[in-house]
Design a protein around this ligand. Structure first.
Ligand SMILES: *Cc1c(COP(=O)(O)O)cnc(C)c1O
Length: 228
C-alpha cells in the first residue's frame, strides 16, 4: 500500500472512531512515528501534510531532525536517559516520557540554561506491566505536585502505553485510567493550568484510545509502514 493510501485509510478509521465517541476529528492529532522508516520516507510523510513527527532515540532521529526540523513539530516519545537530555532539549516541542524525578530535575536545569520552558507529558504505567517505563498511578499526584514547582517545565498532559499483545478492546481500561488520572489532576488543581493532552493509542489500539479521549495518537506501522 502506498503512503498516501495508508494515510487515507487511517484518517477514515480515526473519523469513524471519533463518530462513535461523539468527538470532532480535530480533537485528535496524529503523531507519525517515523522510527521504523528512512529519512526519505520521513520527508514524504511531511510532504503528505502530516505535521507531527514522533521518534524515540536521539541517535536514530538525529539525521532526520537535522534535515527536516524546520518543517514539523517534533515529539520525543521514547525512554529518555538523563545524560541524553542535553541532546534533545530545545529540539523537540514535546517530551512524552517524563517518568522520574532525576529526569525532571535535569530537564528543568537544561531548559533553564536555554531560557525556555520544556513541554513534557508525564508517562504513567497504567497497565502495571513490569517491562514498561512510567510512574505508578499512585505516585502521580505527589510527583506532579513537585514538578509543578519547576519553573522551566510545563506539563501538557499524560502519556501511556497499553500492553502490546493485548486485544484492542482489552486496552480500554488502561486508556480510561489515564483519562481519569488527568481529570483528577485537573480537579485538584495540581497545576495552575489545565492538563489537556492524553497521548495514547498506537497502531494496534488507536481506535479504542480515541473512544477513551486520546488527543494525540502515536502511529508508526499502520501509518508510515516499517522499512528498517
Ligand atoms: C514505536 C512507538 C509507537 C508506534 O508504534 P506502532 O505500533 O508501530 O504504531 C508509539 N509510541 C511509542 C512510545 C513508540 O515507541
Amino acid at each position: 500500500m502506498s503512503l498516501q493510501a495508508r494515510i487515507e485509510e487511517v484518517k477514515t478509521r480515526i473519523a469513524a472512531a471519533c463518530g462513535r465517541a461523539g468527538r470532532q476529528a480535530e480533537e485528535v492529532q496524529t503523531i507519525a512515528v517515523t522510527k521504523y522508516v528512512s529519512l526519505e520516507t520521513t520527508k514524504a510523510v511531511l510532504d503528505e501534510g502530516l505535521q507531527h513527527i514522533g521518534e524515540n532515540r536521539w541517535q536514530d532521529v538525529k539525521p532526520k531532525w537535522e534535515a527536516l526540523h524546520d518543517r514539523g513539530t517534533w515529539h520525543f516519545i521514547g525512554h529518555l536517559q538523563t545524560n541524553k537530555v542535553k541532546d534533545v532539549i530545545g529540539k523537540f516541542a514535546y517530551i512524552h516520557s517524563l517518568d522520574r524525578m532525576s529526569l525532571a530535575k535535569e530537564i528543568d536545569k537544561q531548559a533553564a540554561a536555554l531560557g525556555i520552558q520544556a513541554n513534557c507529558l508525564l508517562q504513567v504505567n497504567i497497565s502495571g506491566e513490569e517491562s514498561k517505563y512510567g510512574l505508578q498511578p499512585e505516585q502521580v499526584m505527589e510527583f506532579a505536585s513537585e514538578v509543578s514547582t519547576m519553573k522551566h517545565i510545563h506539563i501538557a498532559g499524560l502519556m501511556t502505553m497499553a500492553p502490546y499483545e493485548a486485544e484492542a478492546e482489552q486496552t480500554r481500561p488502561v486508556f480510561r485510567g489515564l483519562r481519569e488520572l488527568r481529570d483528577r489532576l485537573n480537579e485538584q488543581h495540581i497545576f495552575p493550568y489545565a492538563l489537556t493532552e492524553l497521548s495514547m493509542g498506537m497502531s494496534g489500539d488507536f481506535e479504542v484510545a480515541i473512544e477513551e479521549g486520546a488527543t494525540w495518537i502515536r502511529l508508526g506501522t499502520v501509518l508510515v509502514g516499517k522499512e528498517l
